[in-house]
Write a protein that binds this ligand. Structure first.
Ligand code: PAF
Length: 282
């Protein structure tokens, strides 16, 4: 696997290929990321991943500084699943001047749920994803694919929306969340958990699954649904979590259900110092 750092080196490395299949990441890779690469492989004539911890999507009080940087181990893991090319820019490579232009996502999708608790987060995500797409796909001739995990459900919807609204010729592929045998969604942030927190962490998935079961019967009864959401949050809080939201939404636009549409349950909660998110389609 070839590793490149600058945009120029990336474009040069991609020149012989027509149809890149791309997996953007922030590194500290786990089996979930490797599954994205496996899914990307048959989609193009070159499979590439990026590793870039994007300062723009972290608030000043968040974990940008302590986010694990494990480039050597990540590169070995990517090579092990047949990734052809790794783009690992420095901040200077990707943002040689302050990134004044930003991609402002639509408030109705970006300012709810994660966006309510992490203001500006999705602007940072959409801006870097747009920039990475320009770096990777600008000279592509064949079909372009980018692969994202469904764990970041709202992010995936926003990126689909970005591609649609800017008419980017890129197919976005969503891959089901990978889980540990006890049901915890794989996440780089799981590495922050102590042994006791790790044992507790699966409770977020269990609470969301229970909420999903209840939601099936109460989707068109707003009061009943809100009661179930509040009860799920209280149950987690009673175990020592600080829940931000556990919510039943329409899959298509993450608005509260009206009845009859496909649903998803989404949640975010802090366990000690670690904020975890998860989701299940109902
Ligand atoms: O999901 C992530 O790892 C990041 O948000 C992404 C899409 C790589 C943008 O920095």
């Amino acid at each position: 696997m070839k590793i490149v750092h600058s945009i120029e080196q990336l474009r040069q490395a991609l020149r012989p290929y027509d149809a890149p299949a791309f997996v953007p990441t922030m590194g500290n890779l786990h089996a979930g990321h490797l599954e994205l690469v496996r899914r990307a492989k048959p989609l193009g004539d070159v499979t590439l991943a990026s590793i870039f911890v994007n300062r723009l999507q972290f608030a000043p009080h968040e974990d940008f500084d302590r986010y694990p940087r494990t480039l050597q181990a990540d590169a070995e893991r990517l090579a092990g699943v047949g990734c052809d090319l790794l783009f690992a820019p420095s901040e200077q490579d990707l943002y040689p001047e302050p990134q004044g232009f930003k991609v402002q996502p639509p408030a109705e999708l970006a300012d709810i749920l994660e966006g309510q608790f992490r203001p500006g987060f999705f602007t940072g995500v959409c801006t870097v994803v747009m920039k990475l797409f320009q770096c990777v796909f600008a000279q592509a001739k064949g079909p372009c694919h980018a692969v994202f995990g469904q764990k970041d459900y709202q992010q995936l919807l926003l990126i689909r929306c970005l591609v649609r609204q800017f008419a980017l010729p890129i197919e976005i592929v969503g891959v089901a969340t990978q889980r540990t045998p006890d049901g915890l969604a794989l996440s780089s942030r799981n590495g922050y958990l102590s042994a006791a927190e790790r044992a507790e962490a699966v409770q977020l998935a269990l609470a969301l699954r229970a909420l999903a079961r209840g939601a099936q019967d109460s989707a068109d009864l707003p009061a009943e649904r809100e009661h179930l959401e509040a009860r799920a949050m209280q149950a987690l809080a009673a175990r020592g979590w600080q829940p931000d939201y556990l919510s039943v939404r329409r899959r298509a636009d993450l608005q509260p259900p009206q009845g009859g549409e496909p649903l998803v349950v989404l949640g975010a909660a802090r366990l000690g110092q670690t904020r975890l998110i998860d989701s299940f389609e109902v």
